[in-house]
Design a protein around this ligand. Structure first.
Ligand code: GDP
Length: 296
């Protein structure tokens, strides 16, 4: 009935945006992600921040933003195909000295298909050969017309080398985020998306996740696609052991029985029995499907 279908939004809270940076190889995606992180973390805070990590949260004027690295477009497509629409805003990086390249075009169609707001970061503006107008003209040809050319796409000049323009980019992300009115329920059953996962010696399956609803806590019984377990430990993006992760926060989770695939959705369950049953059923179903495929 109508009443029951109504989603109760009374507990909803504004959540930080999750941002993905995409672009042609060598245009500075990794450098930009690393520069944003190191320029926003107070000196002396936590150790291993020089190491590149796949997801992290920073603060800009007291507002949080979570960045996710998508290693290759295949992983991003896989995540999308699985319905894990973890990204709220897409940044397309284009090198100011190189312009639109084949992968830039792929990323454009990807980003358009996602329906997410897009911001173009024109990187390497520190270079003498940088040419912002060339990039704008090439992008306009792909129906990515800059705001100052009468279109609706913001172009921000940045340098991952010097840090120039990064504040501008972050302010722009926050503006877009405000328009999106991103909300989630911090009290709901925890739900998170796996960004990447691997088997680590002595630690077992390790999953890097982003929390999309509720709060994921140590001790939670979890199902993640066909895998399950109990959260044994959580490490946040600063490499610190924490008891929980809140909305749009990111970290690594220990305690799954197997390595989940990127894009898998992790959900907290009421009991370990429930978690095991759901995962086992899904695994059986997947095996049966495989079998019917191979006998055809
Ligand atoms: P990715 O393949 O998109 O992740 O690109 P990388 O971050 O690995 O950068 C490719 C190369 O461009 C590296 O040699 C970087 O040092 C260099 N680079 C990245 N950003 C800048 C920038 O803003 N200015 C300059 N001059 N070089 C940059």
């Amino acid at each position: 009935d109508y009443q029951e279908e109504e989603i109760d939004e009374t507990n909803f809270k504004t959540r930080p945006p999750v941002v993905t940076i995409m672009g042609h190889v060598d245009h500075g995606k990794t450098s930009l992600l690393d520069k944003i992180r190191t320029s926003k973390i107070a000196a002396g805070e936590a150790g291993g921040i020089t190491q590149h990590i796949s997801a992290y949260t920073i603060e800009q004027n007291g507002e949080k933003i979570t960045f996710v690295d998508t290693p290759g477009h295949a992983a991003f497509s896989a995540m999308r195909a699985r319905g894990a629409e973890v990204t709220d805003i897409i940044i397309i990086v284009v090198a100011a000295d190189d312009g639109v390249k084949q992968q830039t075009e792929e990323v454009i169609s990807h980003a358009k298909a996602s329906g997410c707001p897009i911001i173009v970061a024109v990187n390497k503006i520190d270079k003498e050969t940088a040419n912002m107008d060339m990039v704008k003209a090439q992008m306009a040809e792909k129906e990515m017309t800059p705001v100052d050319w009468g279109g609706d796409i913001e172009f921000i000049g940045v340098s991952a080398l010097t840090g120039e323009g990064i504040d501008d980019l972050l302010e722009n992300i926050l503006l877009q985020s405000e328009i999106l009115e991103l909300k989630a329920d911090p009290e709901a059953k925890a739900k998170a998306t796996v960004v990447e996962a691997s088997l680590e010696k002595g630690r077992g399956p390790v999953a890097t996740i982003i929390v999309q609803n509720g709060e994921l806590k140590v001790g939670d019984n979890i199902v993640c696609d066909t895998t399950f377990g109990r959260v044994k430990a959580i490490t946040n993006d600063m490499g610190q052991q924490v008891k929980s992760l809140g909305l749009s926060e990111t970290g690594t989770v220990l305690g799954l029985n197997e390595v989940p695939v990127a894009g898998a959705i992790m959900v907290a369950q009421d009991s370990d029995k429930e978690a095991r049953e759901i995962a086992t059923k899904r695994a059986e179903h997947a095996r049966a499907k495989e079998l019917s495929k191979s006998t055809k």
